[in-house]
Design a binder for this molecule. Structure first.
Ligand code: GMH
Ligand code: CA
Length: 160
């Protein structure tokens, strides 16, 4: 929205002079619309919405489901986004797959578009490619990352 208005769901939350995102500036988090739409499966961070449906499946299945919904698997690119992912994992007590893997080249983790990751939050000792079969990335309720087999069935978490 324009400066001074109350903001809306369509407001992408561009950062202004205050350094706060539009969502914070406009107190979107306090609005009943925000509370209703994000309870208990979603989080809004800046211009990104993370949302789970509660569905569980393997990496290919979850990747496909997010794309069919017009989004993609959660791909946190900074601490704030990772904290939002962590909160959903914690709330549901189920870990999620990220839209990050090293299927193409072992040891080189990329986003789904093939670009190298710009942010990570590995658990100490990870990624360890345990048994040589771990090309996908799961998030624990601590927010820390572990490489895991893409054949595991985890909770879906998409970003829009
Ligand atoms: C091995 C050990 C554990 C570690 C797991 C995990 C599997 O079993 O190194 O300490 O937690 O691998 O990385 O994904
Ligand atoms: Ca591992």
């Amino acid at each position: 929205g324009s400066q001074g208005d109350k903001g809306s769901i369509g407001d992408k939350g561009t950062k202004g002079d205050s350094g706060l995102s539009g969502n914070q500036q406009n107190n979107l988090e306090l609005s009943p619309y925000f509370l209703a739409l994000t309870f208990p499966n979603g989080k809004i961070v800046g211009d990104k919405i993370f949302m789970t449906s509660g569905y569980e499946g393997n990496f290919d299945d979850l990747k496909k489901k997010c794309m069919q919904a017009g989004g993609q698997l959660a791909s946190p690119r900074n601490n704030e986004e990772n904290a939002a992912v962590q909160q959903i994992v914690f709330t549901h007590d189920k870990s999620v797959f990220l839209g990050i893997n090293d299927i193409q080249t072992e040891g080189k983790f990329t986003y789904l578009d093939g670009k190298p990751i710009v942010y990570s939050n590995w658990q100490p000792g990870e990624p360890n490619n345990d048994k040589g079969i771990e090309d996908c990335v799961q998030v624990f309720s601590t927010g820390k990352w572990n490489d895991k087999s893409c054949d595991e069935r985890l909770l879906i978490l998409c970003e829009f």
